[in-house]
Design a protein around this ligand. Structure first.
Ligand SMILES: NC(=O)c1ccc[n+]([C@@H]2O[C@H](COP(=O)([O-])OP(=O)(O)OC[C@H]3O[C@@H](n4cnc5c(N)ncnc54)[C@H](OP(=O)(O)O)[C@@H]3O)[C@@H](O)[C@H]2O)c1
Length: 369
């Protein structure tokens, strides 16, 4: 089946395709902007500190300030919204208030716009529970399927979904929800970035003569898992936004292969040029990066200087806490893609290739030596 996601008129898609990417400088949002530009869409990019980019109109607005949003969006006429913004709060109650509110206020500020579809990216915390009870309470069996009922625990993804459903009803657009696993992609200064975190860990290990130690749990080292490349997430969101089969549905979205970290870790080490003798797997206890790497962080500025890297502030590159949380889960986490495939989305990525391509891109952009 051929997917038509180009802005050509068809019997089932509107003639004009103008995308508003909300959170466009993030790991998901920036891959979406790339993909939409490749497809020839008109693209408007919203964030608080927009990155200027050829062929993209930028809107600077704070999603937590409804007045600023109304003013910034008053003249905008997007047909499709891709919502990829979030802000981590200290408690799930605050996550719900802030992140649910951002979806509500953004869509309210677009009540004048000719919206055909709004796509929202969430994640596997839908099944695993919120950060404060992450992979720790009652959970559905793996692989996770979309039709599982919500958990009893409060969750900001549920609040965002509910705001989306209510606005769709009120404003007459179709919606889709995209539940991704750990996202790997290209962003700097964002909240959760496993690819860049591992690349920075490997760089410190090579430069300082350290072991390259897997930080996670036995279950993650030995069990099956999967992952979401930001490029495939972008393709999935555009597919759902432009296909009748994608309308008013929630979908999981992962690369389509499964792997074990005990297989992947040495391969990533090789792609990052780590001496095989310094590669250490799970050896009986988790070794979180927040503890492993804290004392070496101050070396980064010197490494950046020596190799002419673009970012001297390691805190804008490595999100140790998040990689620790994902690799520290004490259960297997795999994701079913059957619903997407049955609906016509058949794209896939090989995860090792996605990592290798990403590391090449980090090198080309002088983020790592
Ligand atoms: N990254 C992962 O591994 C992963 C995995 C599974 C699920 N998810 C989920 O995917 C969704 C998107 O996450 P992400 O990782 O793509 O996000 P991200 O890389 O941290 O990017 C967040 C984006 O939102 C913008 N933003 C944040 N607060 C804003 C505000 N108040 N007003 C306007 N813009 C704001 C940021 O730009 P400014 O700071 O310039 O405003 C940035 O463009 C989240 O729900 C996340 O939980 C992520």
């Amino acid at each position: 089946m051929t997917l038509d996601t180009t802005p050509t008129a068809t019997a089932t898609t509107p003639v004009r395709h103008e995308a508003l990417v909300v959170g466009a400088s993030g790991i998901t949002g920036s891959a979406l902007v790339d993909h939409l530009l490749d497809l020839g869409w008109e693209v408007t990019a919203l964030s608080r500190r927009p990155h200027p980019r050829d062929g993209v109109r930028t809107v600077a607005a704070d999603l937590r300030d409804p007045e600023s949003l109304r003013t910034a969006l008053a003249g905008e006429q997007p047909t499709h919204v891709f919502f990829t913004a979030w802000q981590r709060q200290d408690t799930e109650a605050e996550n719900i208030r802030v992140n649910g509110g951002m979806v509500r206020d953004l869509l309210a500020a677009l009540s004048h716009a000719p919206l055909a579809h709004v796509a929202l990216v969430t994640g596997l915390k839908h099944y695993l529970g919120p950060f404060e009870a992450y992979a720790a309470g009652e959970m559905p069996d793996t692989p996770f399927h979309e039709e599982e009922p919500r958990l009893d625990t409060p969750n900001f993804y549920y609040a965002q979904e509910d705001e989306l459903f209510a606005a769709a009803e009120r404003q007459g657009f179709t919606w889709s929800v995209h539940r991704s696993h750990t996202v790997i992609g290209h962003a700097v200064g964002n909240a959760m970035n496993m690819g860049l975190t591992i690349a920075v860990q490997a760089t410190l290990a090579k430069e300082l003569g350290l072991d390259f130690v897997f930080p996670g749990s036995e279950a993650q080292w030995n069990g099956l898992t999967d992952m979401t490349d930001a490029g495939i997430l972008a393709e999935h969101m555009v597919w759902a936004a432009t296909s009748p089969e994608g309308a008013d549905e929630a979908f999981n979205v992962v690369n389509g292969d499964v792997f074990r970290w005990r297989w992947m870790w040495p391969r990533l080490a090789a792609h990052l040029g780590v001496d095989p003798a310094r590669v250490v797997g799970f050896d009986g206890t988790a070794r979180p990066l927040e503890e492993q790497m804290a004392r070496y962080e101050s070396a980064w500025a010197g490494i950046a200087e020596r190799y002419g890297l673009t970012e001297h502030d390691i805190t804008r590159l490595a999100s140790w806490w998040h990689t620790d949380a994902d690799l520290g889960r004490t259960m297997e986490v795999v994701t079913d893609m059957g619903k997407s495939r049955e609906a016509g989305f058949t794209a896939f990525r090989r995860t090792e290739r996605a990592f290798a391509d990403l590391f090449d891109r980090y090198r080309a952009d002088r983020l790592i030596p």
